[in-house]
Design a protein around this ligand. Structure first.
Ligand SMILES: *Cc1c(COP(=O)(O)O)cnc(C)c1O
Length: 361
């Protein structure tokens, strides 16, 4: 069976050496030494000032909205995982959907300004598949209208934009370290800021709003454990190799897929990419079903990232049309991509996709 992704697992003995340390210290969670070590290494790797390791990539979006005191309208993308929209709704804010760009599938900056009202407070955009949003245009709009910018960087780990971590853009950026992501800690995520005061606020938010007897603010439980940090400490030194292996698998797809009937999103220039996903866009949703069925018959399981377009979720009322996102969401399929996917399996997947994409029913 070949799934859309397969989690990297480090050498078992390497992980168990961290476990021995945990058993010696009996410090299992609550800002432990491995959590701190992972945070330091991540800050160094990404070149960012503050980074809080948290329990997942969803709660950090909620913390971002809360910390920036967003309570009203948030302009956001309809083409993302449901967590992006859900975080806005969970914080009792209103998602206002700006359609995506038809070529790179990130929020279209030319669609944002028309949606700004006196209630708009923030832009929450996703770096889709690890490709960068038009960060400069988005920041210019935010500056003009005094809006906050939050990036859902769940896919953006290891991506460099103009020689800077993509995760360092915006007022706040978040990442997910879920088992399916490029860098993982089984479950986990982080929130990144260059602002000292914001970092301290987030530190309290992560842990019920207090440190010992110092009760500062509201808070939530978004801490992560020593066991999760240990997984991150094992995986982080391998990230260069893992991204290089993903690049190789992507290159095999690039060489063997037939692009007469299949298209691919473009990437922003000046990007050092992490090869997080391999999305292909079919001619129609019908064609997508045919390709998926042909792959499933061979025990190959691609995924519809992202489907449905979030503006069409039943609990979003009233309906806000986003024709580009709805069209792409109906036709895009992410093919299996992980570091040790063998070349012969990529060949087999490409043959099946090429054939199914061409047959006209
Ligand atoms: C995975 C993902 C999330 C959620 O991350 P979790 O760690 O699973 O909570 C949020 N946004 C996007 C775009 C994602 O792909």
């Amino acid at each position: 069976m070949i799934n859309v992704t397969k989690s990297y697992l480090p050498d078992f003995n390497e992980y168990s050496r961290y476990l021995e340390g945990i058993w010696d210290r009996v410090h299992l969670t609550n800002d432990g030494p491995l959590v701190r070590e992972l945070e330091d290494r991540l800050k160094e790797y990404l070149g960012v000032k503050h980074l809080k390791f948290c329990s997942n990539g969803t709660v950090v979006l909620q913390m971002a909205l809360k910390a920036l005191q967003i309570t009203k309208e948030v302009i956001t993308t309809p083409f993302s995982y449901c967590a992006t929209t859900n975080a806005i709704l969970w914080e009792n804010c209103t998602p206002v959907f700006a359609d995506i760009h038809p070529e790179d599938f990130c929020i279209d900056p030319t669609k944002i300004e028309a949606l700004i009202t006196e209630n708009t407070q923030a832009i929450l955009a996703t770096h889709v598949y690890g490709n960068a949003c038009s960060v400069d245009e988005i920041q210019a709009i935010a500056d003009k209208y005094n809006l906050k910018v939050i990036y859902d960087g769940a896919h953006a780990f290891g991506v460099q934009h103009n020689n800077k971590a993509l995760l360092s853009y915006g007022d706040l950026s978040t990442c997910s370290f879920h088992a399916t992501k490029v860098f993982h800690t089984v479950e986990g995520g982080c929130i990144i800021t260059n602002d000292d005061e914001m970092a301290s606020k987030l530190h309290f938010y992560r842990s019920f709003g207090h440190r010992n007897d110092d009760y500062q603010s509201i808070g939530i439980n978004a801490k992560n454990s020593e066991f999760h940090a240990a997984m991150g400490l094992c995986n982080l030194p391998k990230i260069g190799e893992l991204i290089a292996a993903r690049q190789q698998v992507s290159a095999w797809y690039d060489n063997r897929l037939d692009f007469d009937r299949i298209s691919r999103p473009t990437r922003l220039p000046g990007l050092e990419y992490n090869y997080a996903y391999y999305p292909v866009v079919l001619e129609s949703e019908q064609k997508l079903f045919e390709v998926r069925d042909a792959l499933n018959k061979e025990a190959i399981f691609p995924r519809r990232y992202f489907y449905p377009s979030l503006n069409t979720l039943s609990f979003i009322q009233p309906y806000q049309p986003c024709p580009v996102s709805e069209d792409i969401a109906g036709r895009v399929l992410c093919l299996p991509l992980y570091p040790d996917l063998p070349e012969e399996d990529v060949d087999r997947i490409c043959s099946i996709v090429n054939e199914a994409a061409y047959i006209t029913a």
